[in-house]
Ligand binder design. Structure first.
Ligand code: MRU
Length: 356
């Protein structure tokens, strides 16, 4: 998608270096950063210079390429793969991408390994672009239907950033919105701010602005009243891990939006590529929920009048805080899952019908 009218992807490989857009500086500064070592890739995932389930998977895949460039050695590669998987625990895409790479590289000799790793990382990236595009075309049908019925602007609420910045291109939750906009359907997006890291305000609103899509940032607690006032036609969110039974783990606060949507008969859709499905865990309580540094809560970051990014504390130093990064929305609150293969019920039957 575009930034200042120039098309970008979130990650690419050039001259043995992985290039990323540093998302910790957006929307204030647009900085392309170089990742030269596997440690750089691990750090970028940890401190969320790259974030979003599909993008951290792609970064991990390229991280293994960097590991081979650094030291073409099997035990170093194995250690790199373990450290990459451990860099963020909740999004299954990370482990999925590393496992896929390691399977491809198993038994490959030292002379061929770099080329094969690079080819596989590139195919993970290209596959994600194509899956996100298909998610968009599938989800477009839902927006089209609402637009026809309503004959007015379709108001869509989204949480966090499941936009192109969270993937390689198109996004998951935003892809149907981009496709609808490109087709001339009038859409407006309610963007949950998404405390504490403000991915909604900092990233979703930013990328929608750059594509010329009408959007309004709201506090995380505003969705309920907007739904009561019939100002939300549908919700679309992304996911970090969707269980085979249709339970959806996503950014903290997603669950409360789904409850409000249910109470107000607002359709609540989840958009995901198949790389986000966890076919193994049966009970959502077994999903590792990331707990991040409490400084993300106690401090806020913004731009000051000298154009410098500044961090300030917003509550007493003595106050304790807890920063759980994800929650789980039970399948019963999900109207449908929008995947690259089509839309299905949030259930084992639904998912298995699409992914045999
Ligand atoms: O902590 P983040 O910013 O990585 O969380 C991202 C989300 O929760 C997204 O909704 C999810 O990864 C889906 S991305 C298409």
């Amino acid at each position: 998608m575009r930034i200042e009218n120039k098309a970008y992807r979130t990650i690419w490989f050039e001259d043995n270096i992985v290039k990323i857009i540093d998302q910790t500086k957006l929307p204030h500064k647009f900085i392309i950063k170089n990742l030269k070592t596997v440690a750089d890739a691990i750090n970028a995932i940890k401190i969320m210079e790259v974030r979003g389930a599909p993008l951290i998977g792609a970064t991990a895949a390229y991280g293994l390429v960097l590991s081979i460039i650094e030291k073409n050695d099997l035990s170093f590669l194995k250690k790199s793969s373990e450290d990459l998987i451990a860099s963020r625990p909740t999004a299954i895409n990370l482990k999925w991408a590393v496992d896929r790479m390691m399977k491809k590289l198993s038994g490959v000799n030292n002379n061929d390994i770099l080329n094969i790793a690079l080819k596989e990382a590139k195919s993970i990236v290209e596959e994600d672009v194509s899956f996100c595009k298909s998610i968009g075309l599938n989800g477009l049908k839902i927006i089209e239907e609402i637009s026809k019925k309503k004959n007015d602007t379709v108001n869509i609420l989204t949480h966090c950033n499941a936009g192109w910045l969270a993937t390689i291109d198109w996004g998951t939750a935003t892809s149907p919105i981009y496709h609808a906009h490109q087709k001339g359907i009038k859409v407006h997006v309610w963007v949950d701010e998404t405390r504490p890291r403000n991915q909604g305000a900092n990233l979703t609103s930013y990328e929608l602005n750059e594509e010329g899509i009408s959007n309004t940032v709201i506090t995380d607690n505003a969705g309920g009243i907007l739904m009561q006032r019939d100002q939300v036609d549908m919700c679309i969110v992304g996911t970090d891990r969707t269980l085979a039974n249709g339970d959806v783990c996503n950014k903290i606060g997603t669950y409360l939006k789904a409850l409000a949507a249910k109470d107000n008969n607002v359709p609540f859709y989840v958009a995901l590529p198949s790389s986000t499905i966890d076919w193994n865990i049966k009970d959502h309580k077994k999903i590792p929920i990331e707990e991040r540094d409490s400084e993300e809560l106690s401090h806020v970051e913004g731009i000051d009048k000298n154009n410098q990014i500044t961090k300030v504390r917003i509550y007493p130093e003595k106050s304790k805080s807890m920063n759980l990064a994800f929650d789980v929305t039970p399948a019963k609150y999900v109207t449908g899952l929008i995947t690259e293969k089509g839309i299905c019920e949030a259930s084992e039957k639904g998912l298995k019908g699409l992914f045999k």
